[in-house]
Every structure is written in structure tokens, then in C-alpha cells.
Design a binder for this molecule. Structure first.
Ligand code: SAH
Ligand code: SF4
Ligand code: F3S
Length: 482
């Protein structure tokens, strides 16, 4: 919870003036399949947000098209990729540590040609500096440059390092059908937009992911339909700010907004659950809330990052809403969808935050009744507005203590909220065996709570069951099939 935990599971989720720089161009179009060597394997490890995990599936598909096969064993990989995150300093440190591990792998396998590529937000942020700092890196690709990967791999095979960190205003990879990595065959991500046009002063994402653009709605529906037909029963629509999704049908000139898109995806099949992330408090409309209410298969759960409960801090953060606006949106959610659950992202110790202002964050958590939060202490990111304008003046111990206050409160609130579920029955989508026992299933309620319950015959992952809750922990509900 303290960090956007980079998982070691290998397959799990610019500056304006620098935009448009291409560091690498190709004239030929070589294939990654070498007839001499046969099939080559790639290993990919992803860090950061769901968007990065989703991108890794696009990367896998691009590599699959040129004959590469995925492997979970880094020791046999011909190509090692790391899809990186820059959101906090710690996220970048983790990546550097992993690169050291890959260096060992490379050394152990002397003789074999092992290529190492850095993808994602850190690639975009550091560009060629990354290659200078990390000698083992053969290629660096930003989030909009993945179509170029086969060419860069071919060049690197010939011993030439390559970089493409060009950001695009159009790229959405709409035509690429992601190769589902490490999937349980039940839940999947669908990217609906890329980039971000908000300029939250603490955030590096607009620099690493470029301008916001929405993906063709028909390609989204086609992907959801295909997933349903292949047995998937839940999709999560992904974007940094899904509420600003906007796509114009080139034929009819009709505009599709996020509420329209949600409805279109909900109509794919009543048994296909729909989730989405992330909503922005300034953009989430009543129309979206009424759409959630209207369709049983759109989950009653909204991730609505607050960041701070204090209006002065929110202004410094450039979040473009204040405390009252946020609380009004929370009230609208509970008014329109009474059993909706809400989660948040929270940052403690932002520049100049006082103890009273920190208390405002604790009180907005209580007033909003979050069932879960992702909580962080502020980490200054080079190049952001906050880094340029506001001194990072809250001592680390204070940031950490405030974070602990927030974590403690959230744990207490999650437990209390879970207790209100005892005795209730929920429709649960089975995702697979529980971690602890193959005699038990795990699955989630529409409100995004994990439920553990004993198996019954003839049930399998992807089935819906009604589960009555008997007891709870802070993180999980325990129940039985009724
Ligand atoms: N687009 C989403 C957030 C994406 S980043 C939104 O606007 O809500 C995920 C979370 O990381 C953010 O919500 C924020 O809480 C946290 N975060 C981003 N930059 C950070 C920084 N510099 N220090 C600490 N936490 C940060
Ligand atoms: Fe970052 Fe703000 Fe965009 Fe979220 S909305 S990605 S916090 S700039
Ligand atoms: Fe990290 Fe980039 Fe996502 S910075 S949080 S991987 S958009």
C-alpha cells in the first residue's frame, strides 16, 4: 500500500519542446525470426499502473507477430524487456535494481546473445540518458513507440543500440489485439485512451505519456466482444482520466463520451462485467452515474482519487477542484447509486502542507467513506510544475508519519465497512483458486471486495455465484455459496 507496488510477477497491470524527436530511423524492415536460430523468446516484466500492464500485452502482441514467444524464464530469454514506471522515485529505483539483476543474467549466459530493452515511462523520461547510465540497455522505447520494437530488436541484434521516444497525438494501438499475459481467463484490461492533458503539479505522467487521445469506440467494443466470446467475464476500461473520453465517429460525426462508451460496453453481454479506472473528480458526470445505475453489469465501484482533503493544497496540486466540489461528487454518487463503494488515491506531505491541512485529508476520508485507498507520501519528480515552483519542504519523517495516519485510518474504515457486509449476499464472479487453499475459490463482488468461499462441484472460474458473507478481515470477506 505504501507504494504503487511494483510486482515481480513478470506478466501482470515531454516536455513540449522535446516532442517529436526521433532518435532512431530505419530504412529496412527486418524480421525478428532468424531462420538460423528458430523461435526466439521474450521475457517482459511490468511496473507501475494497470496501463503499463496493458501496454505490455500490446508489446507482446507486436513481438508475437514477428515470431517471438513469451517466456516466464528469464534464463532462456533472447530479449529481456522491462516496462517501467516513473511515478515516484522509489518506482525508478526498483527498476534500476532489476536492471542489475538482468546484468547478472547476461553475464551468466555469456556466449548467448541476450538483448535488454527498457520500455515505458522511465524510458520516456530519461531518454538516451538511460542508455548512458545503464550500459547493458540495448534499446529504449517510450509508450507510443512500441510498433518500432521489431526494428529496434533487429538493429540491436546487429550490435546497434536504438532509441525511439517519440510521443504521438494519435497512437492508440487500436488495431492491435493484445496478447493476454498471465491471464486467469476471466478478467482483462482494455485501454480506452492514452496520455493525460491534466497538469497536476506533482505528476510526471503528462510528460511520459504525452497528450490525451481517445481510442476508436468500435475497436473497444470489438475487443470486449472478443474477450466475452473467449470466456472472459469482466473488463476494466483504462485511462488516466476516463471521464474525459471523447471520440468522434468519422462516418456519422456522432460524438461518443464516456457515459455512451460505458453503455456500449455494458450492452456487449449482460454477463460481461464492466469496471473502469481512473475517474477524475472534476470530470465525472451525473450522466456517467446514471449509466452505472442503469446497467446491472456495470460495477458499483468508483475509484475517485482525492489526493488531499484541503482546498489550498488541491489548488497547489492543480487538481482543479476543491474540497466542496469533491464532496458534492461523493454525495451525488451515493444519492444516485446508494450501494456504490468508492476508493481513492491520497498523497501526504505535499509541499507546504500543514498539520491542519493534513487533518482535512483524514476528515475527507471519513466523509467519503472509502472502502480502500492507495496511499503515498509525496515524491518530488524532476521537471514537474511542483518541482519547479514549490520547495519540497516537508521532512521525510513527517511525510511518513502523516502517511501512517492515513493508512491507519483507512485500515479501520475498511474493516468497519466490511463488517456491514456480514449477513448480506453478493453476486461474485469466480476468478480462480484462493491463494491459501485449492479447496476454496476467490472472487470479487461488484463493489470490488475480494471474497473467499468453499468450492462446490461443477463451478469454475468465470462463473457467477451468490455468496453469503459470514465473517470479514480488513481486506477480505469470507462467505459461503447460497
Ligand atoms: N490519473 C490518475 C492517477 C495516476 S498516478 C488520477 O489523476 O487520479 C497514480 C497515483 O500516484 C496518483 O493518483 C497519486 O496519488 C500518486 N502520485 C502521482 N505522482 C506522485 C508523486 N509525485 N508523489 C507521490 N504520489 C504520486
Ligand atoms: Fe497525473 Fe493528474 Fe493526469 Fe492523473 S490526472 S495522470 S495525477 S496529471
Ligand atoms: Fe507509472 Fe507511467 Fe503508470 S509513470 S503510474 S507507469 S503512467
Amino acid at each position: 500500500m505504501y507504494d504503487n507496488n511494483p510486482t515481480l510477477d513478470p506478466h501482470k497491470p515531454l516536455d513540449e519542446s522535446q516532442q517529436g524527436t526521433v532518435y532512431y530511423k530505419t530504412s529496412d524492415d527486418p524480421s525478428a525470426v532468424d531462420p538460423e536460430k528458430g523461435i526466439r523468446h521474450f521475457y517482459i516484466e511490468s511496473y507501475g499502473c494497470a496501463m503499463n500492464f496493458s501496454d505490455s500485452e500490446i508489446v507482446a502482441s507486436i513481438l508475437g507477430d514477428v515470431g517471438f514467444q513469451p517466456t516466464r524464464d528469464v534464463e532462456i530469454a533472447d530479449l529481456i524487456l522491462i516496462n517501467t514506471c516513473s511515478i515516484r522515485d522509489k518506482a525508478e529505483k526498483n527498476v534500476r535494481q532489476r536492471l542489475r539483476v538482468f546484468n547478472q543474467v547476461k553475464k551468466r549466459r555469456k556466449g548467448a546473445q541476450v538483448l535488454v530493452g527498457v520500455l515505458g515511462c522511465m524510458a520516456e523520461r530519461l531518454k538516451e540518458k538511460l542508455m548512458e547510465q545503464e550500459k547493458l540497455v540495448d534499446m529504449v522505447l517510450g509508450p507510443d513507440a512500441y510498433r518500432d520494437l521489431p526494428k529496434l530488436v533487429a538493429k540491436a541484434t546487429e550490435g546497434q543500440k536504438g532509441i525511439n521516444v517519440l510521443l504521438s497525438r494519435e497512437e492508440t494501438y487500436a488495431d492491435i489485439s493484445p496478447m493476454r499475459l498471465d491471464s486467469n481467463g476471466v478478467v482483462a484490461y482494455i485501454s480506452i485512451m492514452r496520455g493525460c492533458d491534466n497538469m497536476c503539479s506533482f505528476c510526471v505522467v503528462p510528460f511520459t505519456r504525452g497528450r490525451e487521445r481517445s481510442r476508436n469506440a468500435f475497436s473497444i467494443i470489438a475487443e470486449a466482444t472478443d474477450l466475452y466470446q473467449r470466456g472472459y467475464r469482466e473488463v476494466t476500461l483504462l485511462g488516466q482520466n476516463v471521464d474525459s473520453y471523447k471520440w468522434e465517429n468519422p462516418d456519422s460525426k456522432e460524438l461518443v463520451n464516456f457515459a455512451n462508451l460505458l453503455e456500449m460496453v455494458a450492452l456487449v453481454h449482460p454477463d460481461l462485467r464492466v469496471r473502469f479506472s481512473t475517474s477524475h473528480p472534476k470530470d465525472i458526470t451525473d450522466e456517467v452515474l446514471y449509466t452505472i445505475k442503469k446497467y446491472e453489469n456495470i460495477c458499483n465501484y468508483i475509484h475517485l482519487p482525492v489526493q488531499s482533503g484541503n482546498s489550498r493544497i488541491l489548488k497547489l496540486m492543480n487538481r482543479t477542484y476543491d474540497r466542496e466540489w469533491y464532496l458534492e461528487r461523493v454525495r451525488a454518487i451515493y444519492r444516485i447509486i446508494p450501494d456504490c463503494t468508492i476508493s481513492a488515491d491520497i498523497i501526504t506531505g505535499f509541499c507546504s502542507e500543514t498539520e491542519e491541512e493534513h487533518q482535512d485529508t483524514l476528515s475527507i476520508m471519513r466523509e467519503s467513506g472509502y472502502t480502500m485507498s492507495y496511499m503515498f507520501y509525496y515524491s518530488e519528480r524532476p521537471g514537474t510544475l511542483a518541482a519547479r515552483k514549490y520547495p519540497d519542504d516537508i521532512p521525510l519523517e513527517v511525510k511518513k508519519r502523516r502517511l501512517q495516519d492515513v493508512v491507519d485510518l483507512q485500515m479501520e474504515m475498511s474493516h468497519t465497512h466490511n463488517q456491514t457486509d456480514i449477513g448480506k449476499t453478493f453476486k461474485v464472479l469466480i476468478e480462480g483458486d484462493s491463494k491459501k487453499s485449492d479447496q476454496q475459490f476467490k472472487g470479487r463482488t461488484g463493489q470490488n471486495k475480494m471474497v473467499i468461499f468453499d468450492k462446490k462441484e461443477n463451478l469454475k472460474a468465470g462463473d457467477y455465484v451468490e455468496v453469503k458473507i459470514n465473517s470479514v478481515t480488513r481486506a477480505t470477506l469470507l462467505g459461503e455459496i447460497v
